[in-house]
Ligand binder design. Structure first.
Ligand SMILES: *Cc1c(COP(=O)(O)O)cnc(C)c1O
Length: 415
C-alpha cells in the first residue's frame, strides 16, 4: 500500500481513476505527452521541501548545497541539449517564462508582434485576454488561406508596427518555422527576436525541426510537451546581458522560491532527451503525424496546409455541417481525446470552431507506430463520417481500449 493510499484514500482514488483514463484512452491532444516514471519520481522527491530563492551559489537561504547541485546540473544539461550559453530552468510554466522575458526586455506599453491566437499563436503572444496583450501594445500576423505563414506579409506588418520584439513560434501550426527569415525581418525593423518553441522543442533538440539558434535572441519553451519532461518552463539565450535581465525578471521579479523538485525532474528529462534514442522518438513522432494526415486526406478530410512537418495536424470542417466542438465531443465518446481549434478563414466562434488539433507525441511515447496511427486515423474518419452515431462511437471506444491495453504506459498511479 502506498503512503498516499493509506493517508488519503479519497485523493488516491481520484488519481487511480486518472491513471485508468490515461492508460485506456487514445490521447491525441497535441500539447500533451506521457513523462517517464523517473521524472515523476524526481518530482515527488524531498526537494519539494526546500526553499532556494536566488540562483546556484547566490541563494537567500541556507542549506542549498544540494539544490545548487541539482539546478546547476539541470542548467548544464539544458545548455548541452539546446546548444546555448545561458539557461534559466526556474520558470514554473511556459506562460511565466514568456512573462519574464517580456518584463526583461519591454516597458509597459511597448510594441510586440506575435502570431494571432486564432491562427495558431499562443495567448501569451499578445492576445487581448492575456497579460501580454494588456500590458503591452500587441500586434499580430497570421497565416494565409493556404494555412502557411507568408514571410513577406510578416515583414510588411513589422515595417508598419515597428515592434520592440517579434515573437515567433505557435501552438497550432503544422509547418516548419523559418527562424532565419524571422531574423531578417527583425533585423530590417530593429526588433529583438524571441522564439517560443513550446510545442516543437522535442523535435528541435533531435534535429527534426530547424533550430532557433543562432537566429533568435531569446528562446522559451515548456518542458512537458514534445520534450516529454515535467510540467514547467525554460528560457535560453546566448547574450550575457539579456541573460542577466531575464534572471532578474524571474527572481526577484516574478517568482519567489524555485520548484526545486521540478528542476530535478527537468534534469532527468534533459538526460533522456540527450540519449541517442531520443532522435528515434522524434522521427517516429513526425512519421506518425504524417501517416495520420495522409489517411485523413485519403478519407476526404481537409487538413490545414495540406499536411504536416511536425507532430500535429489541424483538420478543418469549414466545408462541413458539424463544428470542431461537435467533432471533439464525438471523438471523446469514441475514446479519442483531441481539442477543438480555430482554422484559417474561421467562421464559427472560438468556443465552437471549425477544426480539431490532433497530435502524435503522447501516443508515440506509448510505443505506437505507423500501423497504429493508420488504424486510429481511420477510426477518427469513421467517427466524423457518421458524427451522430453513438452506437458506432461506443464500438470504436471498445476497440481502441483493446489497442491501448497493448501499450501500457504506467502500471501504478504514483512513484
Ligand atoms: C503551451 C504553450 C505555452 C504555455 O505553456 P504553459 O506551461 O501552459 O503556461 C506558451 N507558448 C506556446 C507556444 C505554447 O504552445
Amino acid at each position: 500500500m502506498s503512503f498516499l493510499q493509506e493517508k488519503d484514500p479519497e485523493v488516491f482514488g481520484i488519481i487511480e481513476r486518472e491513471l485508468e483514463r490515461q492508460n485506456n484512452g487514445i490521447e491525441m491532444i497535441a500539447s500533451e505527452n506521457f513523462t517517464l516514471p523517473a521524472v515523476m519520481e524526481a518530482m515527488g522527491s524531498v526537494f519539494t521541501n526546500k526553499y532556494a530563492e536566488g540562483y546556484p551559489q547566490k541563494r537567500y537561504y541556507g542549506g542549498c548545497d544540494n539544490a545548487d547541485d541539482i539546478e546547476q546540473l539541470a542548467i548544464d544539461r539544458a545548455k548541452e541539449l539546446f546548444n546555448c550559453e545561458y539557461v534559466n530552468v526556474q520558470p514554473h510554466s511556459g506562460s511565466s517564462a514568456n512573462a519574464a522575458v517580456y518584463s526583461a526586455i519591454l516597458k509597459a506599453g511597448d510594441k510586440m508582434l506575435g502570431m494571432d491566437l486564432s491562427h495558431g499563436g499562443h495567448l501569451t503572444h499578445g492576445a487581448k485576454v492575456s497579460f501580454s496583450g494588456q500590458n503591452y501594445h500587441s500586434f499580430h500576423y497570421g497565416v494565409e488561406l493556404d494555412g502557411r505563414i507568408n514571410y513577406d506579409r510578416v515583414l510588411d506588418i513589422a515595417k508598419i508596427v515597428k515592434p520592440a520584439v517579434i515573437v515567433c513560434g505557435a501552438s497550432a501550426y503544422s509547418r516548419e518555422i523559418d527562424f532565419a527569415k524571422f531574423r531578417e525581418i527583425a533585423n530590417e525593423v530593429g526588433a529583438l527576436l524571441m522564439a517560443d518553441i513550446a510545442h516543437i522543442a522535442g523535435l528541435v533538440v533531435a534535429g527534426e525541426h530547424p533550430h532557433p539558434f543562432p537566429h533568435c535572441d531569446i528562446v522559451t519553451t515548456t518542458t512537458h510537451k514534445t520534450l516529454g519532461g515535467p510540467r514547467g518552463g525554460l528560457i535560453m539565450t546566448n547574450d550575457e546581458e539579456l541573460s542577466k535581465k531575464i534572471n532578474k525578471a524571474i527572481f526577484p521579479g516574478m517568482q519567489g522560491g524555485p520548484l526545486v523538485h521540478v528542476i530535478a525532474a527537468k534534469a532527468v528529462g534533459f538526460r533522456h532527451n540527450l540519449q541517442p534514442e531520443w532522435k528515434e522518438y522524434a522521427k517516429q513522432v513526425k512519421a506518425n503525424a504524417r501517416v495520420m494526415g495522409e489517411v485523413l486526406v485519403e478519407r476526404g478530410y481537409d487538413i490545414v496546409s495540406g499536411g504536416t512537418d511536425n507532430h500535429l495536424v489541424l483538420v478543418s470542417f469549414l466545408d462541413k455541417e458539424f463544428s470542431g466542438k461537435d467533432a471533439d465531443l464525438a471523438l471523446g465518446n469514441a475514446g479519442i481525446t483531441v481539442n477543438k481549434n480555430t482554422v484559417p478563414g474561421e467562421k464559427r466562434s472560438p468556443f465552437v470552431t471549425s477544426g480539431i488539433r490532433v497530435g502524435s507525441a503522447a501516443l508515440t511515447s506509448r510505443g505506437m507506430k505507423e500501423d497504429e496511427f493508420r488504424l486510429i486515423a481511420n477510426r477518427i474518419a469513421d467517427v466524423l463520417d457518421d458524427i451522430n452515431n453513438s452506437e458506432k462511437q461506443a464500438e470504436i471506444k471498445a476497440e481502441l481500449q483493446e489497442l491501448a491495453k497493448k501499450f501500457v504506459i504506467y502500471n501504478q498511479p504514483t512513484y
